[in-house]
Design a protein around this ligand. Structure first.
Ligand code: URA
Length: 435
Protein backbone atom coordinates (compact mmCIF):
# COMPACT_ATOMS: atom_id res chain seq x y z
CA UNK A 1 0.00 0.00 0.00
CA UNK A 2 1.28 3.51 -0.79
CA UNK A 3 0.24 6.73 0.91
CA UNK A 4 0.40 8.47 -2.50
CA UNK A 5 -2.41 6.22 -3.83
CA UNK A 6 -4.56 6.83 -0.75
CA UNK A 7 -4.20 10.61 -1.10
CA UNK A 8 -5.21 10.37 -4.75
CA UNK A 9 -8.17 8.13 -3.92
CA UNK A 10 -9.51 10.58 -1.33
CA UNK A 11 -8.72 13.57 -3.54
CA UNK A 12 -10.86 12.00 -6.26
CA UNK A 13 -13.76 11.55 -3.84
CA UNK A 14 -13.69 7.82 -3.03
CA UNK A 15 -14.08 6.29 0.42
CA UNK A 16 -11.04 4.73 2.08
CA UNK A 17 -11.30 1.22 3.49
CA UNK A 18 -10.69 0.24 7.13
CA UNK A 19 -7.39 -1.30 6.13
CA UNK A 20 -6.25 1.81 4.27
CA UNK A 21 -7.15 4.08 7.18
CA UNK A 22 -5.33 1.84 9.64
CA UNK A 23 -2.24 1.77 7.39
CA UNK A 24 -2.24 5.56 7.18
CA UNK A 25 -2.72 6.15 10.94
CA UNK A 26 -0.17 3.56 11.99
CA UNK A 27 2.36 4.77 9.43
CA UNK A 28 1.94 8.38 10.49
CA UNK A 29 2.21 7.58 14.21
CA UNK A 30 5.43 5.63 13.64
CA UNK A 31 6.91 8.40 11.51
CA UNK A 32 6.96 6.31 8.28
CA UNK A 33 4.50 8.68 6.60
CA UNK A 34 5.81 12.28 6.49
CA UNK A 35 3.87 15.37 7.56
CA UNK A 36 3.61 16.66 3.97
CA UNK A 37 1.72 13.58 2.80
CA UNK A 38 -0.56 13.58 5.83
CA UNK A 39 -1.20 17.31 5.30
CA UNK A 40 -2.32 16.59 1.74
CA UNK A 41 -4.57 13.81 3.03
CA UNK A 42 -6.14 16.06 5.66
CA UNK A 43 -6.86 18.68 3.01
CA UNK A 44 -8.41 16.03 0.76
CA UNK A 45 -10.59 14.88 3.68
CA UNK A 46 -11.47 18.50 4.41
CA UNK A 47 -12.87 18.98 0.90
CA UNK A 48 -14.21 15.49 0.17
CA UNK A 49 -15.37 14.51 3.67
CA UNK A 50 -15.54 11.06 5.20
CA UNK A 51 -18.61 8.83 5.44
CA UNK A 52 -19.76 7.23 8.71
CA UNK A 53 -17.73 4.02 8.18
CA UNK A 54 -14.55 5.93 7.39
CA UNK A 55 -15.04 8.21 10.41
CA UNK A 56 -15.49 5.22 12.73
CA UNK A 57 -12.44 3.48 11.22
CA UNK A 58 -10.34 6.64 11.70
CA UNK A 59 -11.52 6.95 15.31
CA UNK A 60 -10.72 3.32 16.14
CA UNK A 61 -7.31 3.48 14.47
CA UNK A 62 -6.41 6.62 16.47
CA UNK A 63 -7.82 5.18 19.73
CA UNK A 64 -5.73 2.04 19.23
CA UNK A 65 -2.55 3.94 18.31
CA UNK A 66 -1.38 3.95 21.96
CA UNK A 67 -2.49 2.72 25.38
CA UNK A 68 -6.10 1.58 25.69
CA UNK A 69 -7.05 1.80 29.35
CA UNK A 70 -8.61 -1.45 30.55
CA UNK A 71 -11.09 -0.62 33.29
CA UNK A 72 -12.39 -4.22 33.38
CA UNK A 73 -11.23 -4.77 36.95
CA UNK A 74 -13.38 -1.87 38.18
CA UNK A 75 -16.85 -2.96 39.32
CA UNK A 76 -20.00 -1.69 37.62
CA UNK A 77 -20.68 0.42 34.56
CA UNK A 78 -18.02 3.12 34.21
CA UNK A 79 -19.32 6.41 32.86
CA UNK A 80 -17.23 9.24 31.40
CA UNK A 81 -18.33 12.76 30.55
CA UNK A 82 -16.84 15.17 28.04
CA UNK A 83 -17.54 18.79 27.23
CA UNK A 84 -16.45 20.44 24.00
CA UNK A 85 -15.45 23.37 26.22
CA UNK A 86 -16.56 26.84 27.03
CA UNK A 87 -16.37 29.78 29.40
CA UNK A 88 -17.24 29.16 33.05
CA UNK A 89 -17.72 25.48 32.35
CA UNK A 90 -17.04 23.99 35.78
CA UNK A 91 -19.60 21.23 35.25
CA UNK A 92 -17.32 18.28 36.01
CA UNK A 93 -16.51 19.71 39.47
CA UNK A 94 -20.11 19.54 40.66
CA UNK A 95 -21.52 16.89 38.37
CA UNK A 96 -19.07 14.05 38.92
CA UNK A 97 -19.45 13.96 42.76
CA UNK A 98 -23.24 14.13 42.35
CA UNK A 99 -23.21 11.17 40.00
CA UNK A 100 -20.72 9.21 42.12
CA UNK A 101 -22.80 9.90 45.27
CA UNK A 102 -25.78 8.49 43.37
CA UNK A 103 -23.85 5.24 42.89
CA UNK A 104 -22.60 5.50 39.30
CA UNK A 105 -18.89 4.93 38.83
CA UNK A 106 -17.07 7.92 37.35
CA UNK A 107 -13.71 7.18 35.68
CA UNK A 108 -12.72 10.35 33.88
CA UNK A 109 -9.80 11.76 31.98
CA UNK A 110 -9.54 15.53 31.87
CA UNK A 111 -7.37 18.16 30.25
CA UNK A 112 -5.96 21.58 31.01
CA UNK A 113 -7.28 24.82 29.62
CA UNK A 114 -5.82 26.56 26.60
CA UNK A 115 -6.87 29.92 25.19
CA UNK A 116 -10.13 31.39 26.44
CA UNK A 117 -11.58 28.13 27.80
CA UNK A 118 -10.58 26.64 31.14
CA UNK A 119 -9.70 23.05 31.94
CA UNK A 120 -10.91 20.82 34.77
CA UNK A 121 -7.38 19.93 35.92
CA UNK A 122 -6.42 23.57 36.45
CA UNK A 123 -9.60 24.18 38.41
CA UNK A 124 -9.04 21.14 40.63
CA UNK A 125 -5.51 22.33 41.38
CA UNK A 126 -7.11 25.18 43.32
CA UNK A 127 -7.13 22.57 46.11
CA UNK A 128 -3.46 22.75 47.21
CA UNK A 129 -1.81 19.33 46.86
CA UNK A 130 -4.47 17.96 44.51
CA UNK A 131 -2.97 15.96 41.65
CA UNK A 132 -4.37 14.29 38.55
CA UNK A 133 -0.92 12.88 37.72
CA UNK A 134 -1.84 9.59 39.37
CA UNK A 135 -0.83 6.16 38.10
CA UNK A 136 -3.27 3.95 36.24
CA UNK A 137 -3.23 1.63 39.27
CA UNK A 138 -4.08 4.45 41.68
CA UNK A 139 -6.80 5.64 39.33
CA UNK A 140 -8.45 2.22 39.32
CA UNK A 141 -8.07 1.79 43.09
CA UNK A 142 -9.69 5.15 43.76
CA UNK A 143 -12.58 4.42 41.42
CA UNK A 144 -13.17 1.07 43.13
CA UNK A 145 -12.89 2.50 46.64
CA UNK A 146 -14.81 5.78 46.38
CA UNK A 147 -16.52 5.59 42.98
CA UNK A 148 -14.71 8.52 41.38
CA UNK A 149 -11.29 9.47 40.02
CA UNK A 150 -10.05 12.03 37.51
CA UNK A 151 -6.76 11.53 35.76
CA UNK A 152 -4.74 13.76 33.42
CA UNK A 153 -4.37 12.51 29.88
CA UNK A 154 -1.30 10.25 29.66
CA UNK A 155 1.20 10.95 26.88
CA UNK A 156 0.49 7.61 25.28
CA UNK A 157 -3.28 7.98 25.02
CA UNK A 158 -4.24 8.22 21.34
CA UNK A 159 -0.80 9.52 20.22
CA UNK A 160 -1.98 9.51 16.58
CA UNK A 161 -4.56 12.14 17.47
CA UNK A 162 -1.98 14.23 19.29
CA UNK A 163 0.26 14.30 16.22
CA UNK A 164 -2.59 14.75 13.78
CA UNK A 165 -4.24 17.52 15.78
CA UNK A 166 -0.98 19.49 15.86
CA UNK A 167 -0.73 19.07 12.07
CA UNK A 168 -4.36 20.09 11.47
CA UNK A 169 -3.83 23.14 13.64
CA UNK A 170 -1.20 24.52 11.24
CA UNK A 171 -2.72 23.35 7.94
CA UNK A 172 -6.21 24.91 8.27
CA UNK A 173 -7.87 21.51 8.56
CA UNK A 174 -9.27 21.59 12.11
CA UNK A 175 -12.88 22.46 11.33
CA UNK A 176 -14.06 19.35 9.58
CA UNK A 177 -16.84 17.43 11.33
CA UNK A 178 -15.39 13.92 10.81
CA UNK A 179 -11.94 15.03 11.92
CA UNK A 180 -13.22 16.78 15.05
CA UNK A 181 -15.55 13.93 16.01
CA UNK A 182 -12.89 11.26 15.51
CA UNK A 183 -10.31 13.32 17.40
CA UNK A 184 -12.51 13.76 20.49
CA UNK A 185 -13.94 10.25 20.45
CA UNK A 186 -10.58 8.49 19.93
CA UNK A 187 -9.43 9.88 23.29
CA UNK A 188 -12.71 8.96 24.98
CA UNK A 189 -12.62 5.39 23.63
CA UNK A 190 -8.97 4.92 24.65
CA UNK A 191 -9.87 6.11 28.17
CA UNK A 192 -11.92 2.95 28.61
CA UNK A 193 -15.36 3.92 30.00
CA UNK A 194 -18.42 1.81 29.11
CA UNK A 195 -20.69 4.80 28.61
CA UNK A 196 -20.00 8.39 27.54
CA UNK A 197 -22.15 11.47 28.04
CA UNK A 198 -21.13 14.39 25.82
CA UNK A 199 -21.89 18.06 26.36
CA UNK A 200 -21.67 19.70 22.95
CA UNK A 201 -21.62 23.48 23.30
CA UNK A 202 -22.96 25.95 20.79
CA UNK A 203 -22.72 29.74 20.61
CA UNK A 204 -20.19 32.55 20.67
CA UNK A 205 -18.04 30.93 23.40
CA UNK A 206 -18.02 27.49 21.76
CA UNK A 207 -16.10 25.73 19.06
CA UNK A 208 -19.37 25.18 17.16
CA UNK A 209 -20.85 28.62 16.63
CA UNK A 210 -24.17 27.45 15.15
CA UNK A 211 -26.74 24.98 16.50
CA UNK A 212 -26.78 23.21 13.16
CA UNK A 213 -23.06 22.44 13.42
CA UNK A 214 -23.33 21.47 17.09
CA UNK A 215 -26.09 18.95 16.35
CA UNK A 216 -24.15 17.56 13.39
CA UNK A 217 -21.09 17.06 15.62
CA UNK A 218 -23.25 15.53 18.36
CA UNK A 219 -24.80 13.05 15.90
CA UNK A 220 -21.41 12.13 14.48
CA UNK A 221 -19.92 11.47 17.94
CA UNK A 222 -22.94 9.47 19.14
CA UNK A 223 -22.75 7.36 15.98
CA UNK A 224 -19.05 6.68 16.62
CA UNK A 225 -19.62 5.84 20.31
CA UNK A 226 -22.46 3.48 19.61
CA UNK A 227 -20.52 1.98 16.70
CA UNK A 228 -17.72 1.22 19.16
CA UNK A 229 -20.20 -0.42 21.58
CA UNK A 230 -20.14 2.38 24.15
CA UNK A 231 -23.51 3.76 25.12
CA UNK A 232 -23.20 7.40 24.08
CA UNK A 233 -25.58 10.29 24.67
CA UNK A 234 -24.99 13.92 23.67
CA UNK A 235 -26.60 17.00 25.17
CA UNK A 236 -26.37 20.14 23.03
CA UNK A 237 -26.22 23.17 25.34
CA UNK A 238 -25.89 26.92 25.07
CA UNK A 239 -22.53 28.65 25.27
CA UNK A 240 -23.65 32.02 23.92
CA UNK A 241 -22.92 33.44 27.38
CA UNK A 242 -20.75 32.06 30.21
CA UNK A 243 -22.18 29.14 32.15
CA UNK A 244 -23.18 30.09 35.69
CA UNK A 245 -21.60 33.25 37.10
CA UNK A 246 -17.99 32.44 37.99
CA UNK A 247 -15.17 32.50 35.41
CA UNK A 248 -11.69 31.73 36.77
CA UNK A 249 -10.27 28.66 38.45
CA UNK A 250 -10.75 28.96 42.24
CA UNK A 251 -13.87 31.11 41.71
CA UNK A 252 -15.39 28.30 39.67
CA UNK A 253 -14.50 25.76 42.36
CA UNK A 254 -16.39 27.92 44.85
CA UNK A 255 -19.41 28.05 42.57
CA UNK A 256 -19.33 24.26 42.19
CA UNK A 257 -19.22 23.92 46.00
CA UNK A 258 -22.14 26.38 46.32
CA UNK A 259 -24.03 24.20 43.86
CA UNK A 260 -23.37 21.07 45.91
CA UNK A 261 -24.69 23.05 48.91
CA UNK A 262 -27.91 23.67 46.97
CA UNK A 263 -27.09 27.29 46.08
CA UNK A 264 -25.94 27.09 42.47
CA UNK A 265 -26.91 29.44 39.62
CA UNK A 266 -30.03 28.31 37.78
CA UNK A 267 -28.45 27.54 34.39
CA UNK A 268 -25.55 25.66 35.92
CA UNK A 269 -27.85 23.55 38.11
CA UNK A 270 -30.02 22.75 35.08
CA UNK A 271 -27.00 21.58 33.09
CA UNK A 272 -25.65 19.43 35.95
CA UNK A 273 -29.09 17.89 36.41
CA UNK A 274 -29.48 17.15 32.71
CA UNK A 275 -26.02 15.68 32.13
CA UNK A 276 -26.13 13.88 35.49
CA UNK A 277 -29.50 12.31 34.70
CA UNK A 278 -28.23 10.88 31.44
CA UNK A 279 -25.12 9.58 33.25
CA UNK A 280 -27.40 7.79 35.74
CA UNK A 281 -29.52 6.38 32.93
CA UNK A 282 -26.42 5.29 30.97
CA UNK A 283 -24.96 3.79 34.16
CA UNK A 284 -28.12 1.78 34.80
CA UNK A 285 -29.01 3.56 38.08
CA UNK A 286 -32.25 5.06 36.84
CA UNK A 287 -34.79 4.00 34.25
CA UNK A 288 -35.93 7.48 33.31
CA UNK A 289 -34.59 10.99 33.35
CA UNK A 290 -37.21 11.97 35.97
CA UNK A 291 -36.15 9.12 38.30
CA UNK A 292 -32.54 10.19 37.84
CA UNK A 293 -33.32 13.83 38.65
CA UNK A 294 -35.03 12.81 41.88
CA UNK A 295 -31.94 10.83 42.93
CA UNK A 296 -29.60 13.73 42.10
CA UNK A 297 -31.80 16.24 43.95
CA UNK A 298 -31.63 14.00 47.03
CA UNK A 299 -27.81 13.58 47.01
CA UNK A 300 -27.47 17.35 46.99
CA UNK A 301 -30.15 17.82 49.69
CA UNK A 302 -28.68 15.24 52.08
CA UNK A 303 -25.08 16.48 51.61
CA UNK A 304 -23.72 13.20 50.24
CA UNK A 305 -22.63 14.84 46.95
CA UNK A 306 -20.62 17.45 48.88
CA UNK A 307 -19.08 14.70 51.05
CA UNK A 308 -18.19 12.80 47.86
CA UNK A 309 -16.31 15.83 46.56
CA UNK A 310 -14.40 16.01 49.87
CA UNK A 311 -13.57 12.28 49.63
CA UNK A 312 -12.42 12.68 46.03
CA UNK A 313 -10.25 15.73 46.80
CA UNK A 314 -8.61 13.91 49.72
CA UNK A 315 -8.02 10.72 47.70
CA UNK A 316 -6.03 12.75 45.14
CA UNK A 317 -3.89 14.62 47.67
CA UNK A 318 -5.94 17.77 48.39
CA UNK A 319 -7.27 19.17 51.65
CA UNK A 320 -10.86 17.98 52.14
CA UNK A 321 -11.57 20.78 54.64
CA UNK A 322 -11.56 23.38 51.84
CA UNK A 323 -14.71 21.75 50.46
CA UNK A 324 -16.46 22.73 53.69
CA UNK A 325 -14.62 26.07 53.97
CA UNK A 326 -14.35 27.41 50.41
CA UNK A 327 -13.51 30.86 51.79
CA UNK A 328 -10.07 29.38 52.49
CA UNK A 329 -9.43 28.76 48.77
CA UNK A 330 -6.87 31.11 47.21
CA UNK A 331 -8.23 34.65 46.77
CA UNK A 332 -7.03 37.56 44.65
CA UNK A 333 -5.87 40.73 46.43
CA UNK A 334 -8.25 43.11 44.60
CA UNK A 335 -12.02 42.71 44.16
CA UNK A 336 -13.65 45.51 42.22
CA UNK A 337 -17.15 46.01 40.81
CA UNK A 338 -17.81 46.84 37.15
CA UNK A 339 -20.73 49.24 37.08
CA UNK A 340 -23.35 49.33 34.35
CA UNK A 341 -22.95 52.42 32.16
CA UNK A 342 -26.70 52.55 31.36
CA UNK A 343 -30.27 51.50 32.27
CA UNK A 344 -31.85 48.71 30.24
CA UNK A 345 -31.65 44.99 29.61
CA UNK A 346 -28.62 42.84 28.86
CA UNK A 347 -29.09 42.06 25.16
CA UNK A 348 -25.98 40.05 24.49
CA UNK A 349 -22.67 38.95 26.04
CA UNK A 350 -19.85 38.06 23.66
CA UNK A 351 -18.97 34.91 25.52
CA UNK A 352 -15.40 34.23 24.42
CA UNK A 353 -14.52 37.86 25.31
CA UNK A 354 -15.35 37.09 28.96
CA UNK A 355 -12.98 34.11 28.75
CA UNK A 356 -10.35 36.48 27.35
CA UNK A 357 -10.89 38.85 30.32
CA UNK A 358 -10.00 35.98 32.63
CA UNK A 359 -6.97 35.26 30.43
CA UNK A 360 -5.87 38.92 30.69
CA UNK A 361 -6.16 38.75 34.48
CA UNK A 362 -3.74 35.78 34.40
CA UNK A 363 -6.31 33.01 34.88
CA UNK A 364 -5.71 31.28 31.54
CA UNK A 365 -2.91 29.92 29.48
CA UNK A 366 -1.73 31.64 26.29
CA UNK A 367 0.73 28.84 25.56
CA UNK A 368 1.01 25.33 26.96
CA UNK A 369 3.89 26.48 29.17
CA UNK A 370 2.15 29.51 30.75
CA UNK A 371 1.81 29.61 34.55
CA UNK A 372 -1.70 30.49 35.63
CA UNK A 373 -3.01 32.48 38.57
CA UNK A 374 -5.72 30.33 40.14
CA UNK A 375 -7.19 33.16 42.23
CA UNK A 376 -8.23 35.65 39.52
CA UNK A 377 -11.33 35.91 37.36
CA UNK A 378 -14.81 37.38 37.27
CA UNK A 379 -18.15 36.76 38.92
CA UNK A 380 -21.03 37.95 36.74
CA UNK A 381 -24.06 39.46 38.43
CA UNK A 382 -26.08 40.12 35.26
CA UNK A 383 -26.75 37.73 32.40
CA UNK A 384 -28.65 37.96 29.13
CA UNK A 385 -32.24 39.16 29.67
CA UNK A 386 -31.60 40.66 33.12
CA UNK A 387 -32.78 44.21 33.79
CA UNK A 388 -30.09 46.61 34.92
CA UNK A 389 -29.88 50.19 36.19
CA UNK A 390 -27.00 52.57 35.60
CA UNK A 391 -24.45 52.03 38.38
CA UNK A 392 -25.58 48.46 39.21
CA UNK A 393 -22.74 45.98 39.38
CA UNK A 394 -22.50 43.89 36.22
CA UNK A 395 -19.68 41.80 37.66
CA UNK A 396 -16.93 41.65 40.26
CA UNK A 397 -13.39 41.44 38.91
CA UNK A 398 -10.87 39.55 41.05
CA UNK A 399 -7.33 40.61 40.19
CA UNK A 400 -3.80 40.76 41.53
CA UNK A 401 -2.57 43.55 39.28
CA UNK A 402 -4.14 46.97 38.67
CA UNK A 403 -3.02 47.28 35.02
CA UNK A 404 -4.45 43.87 34.14
CA UNK A 405 -7.65 44.78 35.97
CA UNK A 406 -8.07 47.93 33.87
CA UNK A 407 -7.43 46.04 30.63
CA UNK A 408 -9.96 43.35 31.59
CA UNK A 409 -12.57 45.93 32.65
CA UNK A 410 -12.34 47.73 29.31
CA UNK A 411 -12.68 44.48 27.39
CA UNK A 412 -15.55 43.33 29.64
CA UNK A 413 -17.60 46.46 28.99
CA UNK A 414 -17.19 45.97 25.23
CA UNK A 415 -18.47 42.38 25.54
CA UNK A 416 -21.79 43.47 27.11
CA UNK A 417 -24.57 45.02 25.01
CA UNK A 418 -27.22 46.89 27.02
CA UNK A 419 -30.38 48.12 25.30
CA UNK A 420 -33.84 49.42 26.11
CA UNK A 421 -35.77 46.44 24.69
CA UNK A 422 -36.64 43.53 27.03
CA UNK A 423 -34.98 40.30 25.89
CA UNK A 424 -36.44 36.81 25.96
CA UNK A 425 -34.08 34.32 27.64
CA UNK A 426 -33.02 31.44 25.41
CA UNK A 427 -33.24 27.83 26.61
CA UNK A 428 -29.99 26.37 27.93
CA UNK A 429 -30.59 22.85 26.63
CA UNK A 430 -30.97 22.82 22.86
CA UNK A 431 -31.62 19.10 22.50
CA UNK A 432 -30.51 15.54 23.19
CA UNK A 433 -28.94 13.16 20.67
CA UNK A 434 -29.12 9.46 21.49
CA UNK A 435 -28.65 7.82 18.11
N1 URA B 1 -11.02 19.05 20.37
C1 URA B 1 -10.33 17.93 20.04
O1 URA B 1 -9.92 17.16 20.91
N2 URA B 1 -10.12 17.69 18.73
C2 URA B 1 -10.57 18.48 17.74
O2 URA B 1 -10.36 18.19 16.58
C3 URA B 1 -11.27 19.65 18.11
C4 URA B 1 -11.49 19.90 19.44
Amino acid sequence: MRMYDLIMKKRNGSALSDEEIRFMVQGYTKGDIPDYQMSAMMMAVYFRGMDADETLALTMAMAESGDMLDLGEIRGVKVDKHSTGGVGDKTSLALTPMVAAAGVTVAKMSGRGLGHTGGTIDKLESFPGFSTAISEQQFKENVNRIGIAIMGQTADLAPADKKLYALRDVTATVDNMSLIASSIMSKKLAAGADAIVLDVKTGSGAFMKTEEDAFALAREMVRIGNGADRKTIAVVSDMDQPLGCAVGNALEVREAIDTLNGNGPEDFVELCMTLGSYMLVAGGKAATKDDAEAILTEVVRNGSALDKLAEFVEAQGGDRELVYHPERLTQASIAQEIESPADGYIQKIVCDEIGICSLILGGGRETKESEIDLSVGLVLHKKVGDAVRKGDSLATIHANDQARLEAARERFLRAYTIGAEPVKKKPLIKGIVMK
